[in-house]
Design a protein around this ligand. Structure first.
Ligand SMILES: *[C@@H]1O[C@H](CO)[C@@H](O)[C@H](O)[C@H]1NC(C)=O
Ligand SMILES: *[C@@H]1O[C@H](CO)[C@@H](O)[C@H](O)[C@H]1NC(C)=O
Length: 465
């Protein structure tokens, strides 16, 4: 341990104060992956990229270490008040440590893809088992996130979600976060994209430890009755909002793809009703948290997606998502799924894609207000892409609503005969306190591979789609 300590002392003297980059114990070495940029099928250029772990899932420790490495936030997500008496002091006093990628977060990383594990044992963190959400964000060449404009483009990848049972979720999303992780805008953030800072999404997550270079310590509390969740699901007063295109949220039993937009063009810190939480904030938030989703089970076809079904989740599935923007305005998002068996895209409610018309028809059928339209609809989603969105891959369970919104029924007290209530076949609860201690959690993983993007029709040669 001597060498890292000497290095650390040096870097502490040299660095300015604020939410530091602190990979002194664990060097931050980003795993490499490749992404294909295509112009036509079989005509793709290979881009070398790196993957970085979201800052929220890292060891956050005291930047100065005269007496060893103290936690800034410890087990059950409790802030250490000596180091974090307020948002700015905390940013000054704390450093983000490097992440242990291979063998901990991933079981495998190949150039063409990666396998994200659900349960991670992290020997450097006080929290022995690291469970829950982990977002992984690809970096471009200059240690900023790679951004994508998918207007008039398609994005495709292969995914194996066969071990993700009810309650789990392996996701691939685009989010409108700052390309540099917020480093240039917020002097309190000196770690930046290299340490995975700046994540936001349209649910305006309040479990983020840092937003805009300040610690989210004010109003930080365990959300009861979840206190036993080992990694600690806690929330602060602020949330962090930005538009989000969930092109793949799924386990082996259920899936939905969802567009969610926000009134603000860029990422925004929210407080109170602005965070859009139920019941009062739902139509007042910066973002539309529900969004417009396409879930074939919810739309009335229970035999489309799942083990042994039309889209067979027992093996690898190819997911192709097309963003049609004639004249520059995004008007249709179409997702095509292809598994071992040839399959056709569902036509449900007379639609086989997300469009503003589909969203209205779906909201009417489900008896919901169309907050998606009120927040700008598909055009707003297209605009968010125009200035670039960041790709985030994750594996997670859901301490807020047990994943019921995707794979079971919600609201739980509503009759299942009402359209839109049943979203998937799951009946067992996705309650994290049960899931995380179940043997299945140790097997849960998701593999994303063969990531490609380019003009519509350029990324695959699957007949009939
Ligand atoms: C795109 O949106 C702009 C702004 O609302 C509008 O002026 C334009 O006509 C739209 N283009 C098309 C092709 O619909
Ligand atoms: C969910 O998928 C798993 C894995 O294939 C399967 O064993 C289980 O029976 C499915 N559950 C439901 C409720 O369909």
């Amino acid at each position: 341990m001597l060498a890292p300590l000497i290095l650390f002392a040096f870097s502490h003297i040299a660095s300015a104060n604020a939410q530091h980059a602190g990979d002194q114990v664990i060097p931050e070495v980003h795993p490499k992956i490749t992404i294909q940029q295509c112009t036509a099928p079989r005509s793709c250029q290979t881009l070398q990229r790196e993957i970085v772990l979201d800052a929220n899932w890292r060891w956050l420790r005291e930047a100065a270490t005269p007496n060893g490495y103290n936690n800034c936030i410890g087990i059950y997500s409790i802030w250490y008040t000596r180091l974090c008496p307020n948002p700015t002091e905390c940013a000054k006093n704390c450093a983000l440590e490097g992440a242990q990628y291979i063998g901990v977060l991933f079981s495998k990383v190949k150039m063409q893809g990666l396998t994200l594990r659900f349960v991670c044992s992290d020997s450097y963190s006080n929290t022995l088992v690291h469970v829950g959400v982990s977002e992984l964000l690809p970096l471009g060449v200059d240690s900023t996130y790679q951004t994508f404009d998918l207007n008039n483009q398609e994005f495709s990848f292969d995914v194996d979600a066969s071990t993700l049972t009810c309650g789990f979720n392996g996701a691939l999303n685009f989010v409108k976060m700052d390309k540099d992780g917020g480093m240039s805008r917020y002097p309190g953030n000196q770690a930046g994209a290299r340490f995975g800072t700046g994540y936001c999404d349209a649910r305006c997550p309040r479990n983020l430890r840092f937003i805009n270079g300040e610690a989210n310590v004010v109003g930080w509390e365990q959300s009861e009755p979840r206190a036993a969740v080992q990694d600690g699901w806690a929330t602060g007063q602020y949330g962090f909002c930005c538009s989000e295109m969930g092109i793949w949220k799924a386990n082996a039993n259920a899936t939905a793809y969802t567009a969610r937009v926000c009134r603000a063009g860029e990422q925004t810190r929210c407080l109170g009703l602005n965070c859009g939480e139920e019941p009062d904030g739902i139509y007042q938030g910066v973002c539309d948290r529900d969004g417009c989703d396409f879930n074939s089970y919810r739309l009335g076809n229970p035999s489309y997606f799942g083990p042994g079904k039309t889209v067979d989740t027992q093996g690898k599935i190819t997911v192709v998502t097309q963003f049609h923007s004639p004249g520059g305005n995004l008007s249709e998002i179409k997702t095509l799924l292809h598994s071992k068996r040839p399959c056709h895209q569902q036509r449900l409610l007379n639609h086989n894609s997300i469009s503003d018309k589909y969203c209205q028809a779906q909201k009417t059928l489900f008896g919901e207000r169309n907050a998606f339209a009120a927040h700008g609809g598909l055009k707003a989603m297209g605009k968010a892409f125009q200035s670039g969105m960041v790709l985030a891959m994750s594996i997670w369970d859901d301490p807020e609503s047990d994943m019921l919104w995707m794979d079971a029924k919600l609201p739980v007290d509503r009759d299942v005969s009402i359209p839109g209530v049943t979203r998937g076949p799951c009946t067992v609860s996705g309650y994290p306190d049960i899931l995380e201690y179940d043997a299945q959690a140790t097997k849960a993983e998701v593999t994303f591979s063969n990531i490609k993007y380019g003009p519509i029709g350029s990324t695959h040669e699957i007949q009939g789609i």
